[in-house]
Design a protein around this ligand. Structure first.
Ligand SMILES: [Zn+2]
Length: 104
């Protein structure tokens, strides 16, 4: 099932519906960040560094996505380029932990 996730300040994204948290059954919540590059002086040299955008006047297009449980804060543990990648990783982790019967 495809869902559309809307977050204030961010462009809405479409991805597969996330499964409940493998540890506590809580709802999975999309976390996302947008980045840009800037020049920063390191010693005597200018280097291009990647920085996170915290505020913008237009909706941000995120380039980093992961899922976290809104109850126990378990995360995918991996950041993905797309919301779809993040949900697949989250759901795969869910499948793996239920198959092995792991307890956190
Ligand atoms: Zn949880």
């Amino acid at each position: 099932m495809r869902i559309t996730i809307e977050k204030p300040g961010y462009v809405s994204v479409e991805c597969d519906a996330p499964l409940p948290c493998p540890f506590c059954g809580g709802a999975a919540e999309l976390r996302q960040l947008a980045h840009t590059t800037t020049s920063r002086k390191v010693g005597k040299k200018w280097e291009t560094v990647r920085v996170c955008i915290f505020a913008a006047s237009t909706p941000l297009s995120s380039d980093t996505f992961w899922f976290a449980c809104c109850q126990c804060n378990a995360t995918t543990g991996k950041h993905c380029d797309t919301a779809q990648g993040a949900v697949e990783f989250w759901n795969r982790r869910h499948a793996a932990s239920s198959a092995e019967g792991q307890v956190p």
